[in-house]
Write a protein that binds this ligand. Structure first.
Ligand code: ADP
Length: 430
């Protein structure tokens, strides 16, 4: 209780005491004023003094009691207030932790020493397909093909965490088990962290596949170059044979050079180091130029190429050399993957804000199941045929990257035996 309140109570009780004594004194004086007997006055005085003393003692006692009560009560009030503030803080912290746990993408399950679940968040239920009945260590982990034991984690793993990888319905899950102790440093239970590492595993596999593909793609021409070079060194061949062998060596070396150039381009896209210099240019003219560059190949296969440019196609605004690379790749694919005497139609037109080039061939086409993967690096419908025709399997993935950089798109429609239609869109400057 505050000092001022205490002082106020003391003043009130002193006043009450003074009033009581004054009242007794007043009654006393009134009583003795009519009495003449001295002895009687002395007796009455004694009685009054005694009464005043008794009242004083009782008043002091009562006032002390009341003050104590009030002091205790106010002390209790303060303690209760502090306690409830503390409880509120604890509740707030608990709710914060619960919300964090529920919002986490990693799953968390806490087990006590007996293996009972004391807490599990939504992510854990979702990742491990847990029901509300799965409330102990065995029922949570026995369904999974994982060799794990609660006692072993708590008592044998020497307070280090242990982890296991499991496969659940196409998902790769990493389970991390961390034992925890109570305030007296005695084992109290185990926390299990459930992480979805599917994307990580997929990326890792893709990286491994990519390294394997690159090695394989480079090994094939190297083996061939080494084979022909050794043969030439060992034997004495006529000029015609030598020229034949040297031609093979030259074409294999060119293939390796193309592969390395393509890989470097992709690496530049991946690290955002490729330069895009956008200019305004005419798509129809670019297509004509690409056709001229590939005329030798077109003639070799006796293809008929029709080139139709719709009137009034506005200038496009993009990286000219990049778009040229895309068109050369798509057109050379049509030439490569169409049997002799094929027909290739090229349309240049304009829709909304984009100019487009449509290249349609009547070649071998692409099976439906391969269409969705055609833009993946090194993906080829027929590896042997593509390699034979000088392909690296990187052309379409590079085309897609270039169009992405330029705000354009590429779409492929195809039917096996009938042909393929590739449409690229390039933005025009407004
Ligand atoms: P490649 O260097 O093998 O031609 P691309 O990335 O350019 O690599 O093409 C990937 C694959 O798509 C090719 O190997 C081929 O199987 C298929 N493909 C692309 N264009 C055509 C087309 N016009 N007709 C048939 N198949 C095609």
């Amino acid at each position: 209780m505050q000092k001022s309140t205490q002082n106020k109570l003391i003043v009130i009780f002193t006043l009450l005491g003074a009033i009581a004594i004054g009242l007794i004194g007043y009654i006393y004086i009134r009583n003795i004023s009519n009495i003449s007997d001295v002895q009687q006055i002395i007796n009455i005085t004694k009685i009054y003094l005694l009464t005043a003393l008794v009242i004083l003692v009782i008043a002091t006692f009562i006032s002390i009691k009341i003050i104590n009560k009030v002091v205790n009560k106010s002390k209790m009030d303060v303690a209760t207030l502090e306690m409830s503030e503390h409880l509120k803080d604890l509740d707030k912290q608990k709710k914060q932790i619960e919300t964090i746990l529920q919002c986490m993408t990693d799953g968390i399950i806490a087990f006590d020493l007996e293996g009972y679940v004391t807490h599990k968040n939504l992510a854990a239920k979702r990742l491990l397909n847990l029901s509300d009945e799965d409330n102990d260590f065995d029922s949570v982990f026995s369904k999974l093909d994982v060799d794990i034991n609660l006692e072993k984690i708590i008592y044998l793993e020497d307070w280090t965490s242990s982890d296991r990888k499991v496969n659940i319905n196409d998902k790769y899950i990493n389970l991390l088990f961390v034992p925890y102790k109570d305030n007296n440093q005695r084992p109290a239970g185990v926390i299990s962290i459930v992480q979805d590492i599917t994307e990580h595993v997929k990326l890792d596999n893709m990286r491994k596949e990519f390294v394997a593909d690159v090695s394989h793609e480079l090994k094939t021409p190297i083996t061939s170059i080494m084979g022909y070079a050794d043969t030439l060194l060992e034997g004495d061949y006529d000029d015609a044979t030598k020229t034949k062998f040297l031609n093979v060596i030259a074409s294999e070396a060119r293939r390796m050079a193309k592969l390395v150039t393509d890989l470097l381009s992709l690496s530049r896209f991946d690290t955002n180091r490729s330069k895009v210099e956008k200019t305004e240019f005419d798509l129809g003219e670019l297509v004509k130029k690409c056709q001229e560059k590939l005329q030798i190949e077109i003639d070799k296969k006796h293809h008929k190429v029709e080139n139709l440019v719709t009137a009034n196609v506005p200038l496009v605004y993009a990286d000219k050399s990049g778009i040229e690379r895309v068109v050369l790749n798509i057109l050379s694919n049509s030439i490569k993957y169409t049997k002799e005497n094929g027909t290739i139609k090229i349309y240049v037109g304009f829709v909304y804000n984009d100019a487009y080039i449509k290249i349609i061939d009547n070649g071998m086409g692409i099976p439906e199941e391969d269409l969705s993967r055609i833009f993946e690096r090194f993906y080829r419908v027929d590896k042997a045929r593509s390699r034979e025709l000088g392909g690296t399997g990187l052309g379409l993935s590079i085309a897609k990257e270039i169009l992405n950089q330029n705000g354009g798109t590429i779409d492929i429609k195809s039917e096996v035996g009938k042909g393929t239609e590739v449409v690229i869109r390039v933005p025009t400057k407004k």
